[in-house]
Design a protein around this ligand. Structure first.
Ligand SMILES: [Zn+2]
Length: 114
């Protein structure tokens, strides 16, 4: 199982959201009713899932998306200047959701699920 998880403290945060191979939001197989700050907020299963991870700190945000799980191949990034590794990527919406979650103070919500 891989998880949507994370959130922000006061000045920094890390978060990841999960999407399908075309960047689409998915229905989680595990979705707890009670959500705790910066914890696991939804669980997904599948081999072709993409893990989209955002890091926020010192006013800058970066994103890295990996296909095939948390240690999979990097398929998309956004660097600290906002530049995408792939223009017009279908992963942009999931990346934006991960960025939002990484800046969501004490996040207790799901940001990218169906
Ligand atoms: Zn949140």
């Amino acid at each position: 199982m891989i998880y949507e998880q994370g959130g922000a403290g006061r000045n920094s945060g890390t978060a990841q959201v999960i999407c399908g191979p075309n960047g689409e939001a998915l229905a989680p197989v595990w979705a707890p009713n009670r959500l705790y700050a910066q914890d696991k907020h939804a669980g997904f299963e599948g081999r072709d899932l993409i893990v989209v991870r955002a890091t926020w700190g010192q006013g800058e945000v970066t994103v890295e998306a990996r296909q095939g799980g948390e240690d999979g191949e990097v398929v998309y990034t956004i660097d600290r200047t906002g530049r995408e590794s792939v223009t017009g990527s279908p992963l942009r919406a999931a990346a934006d959701a991960a960025i939002e979650k990484a800046q969501c103070y004490h996040c207790r919500c799901r940001h990218y699920t169906k």
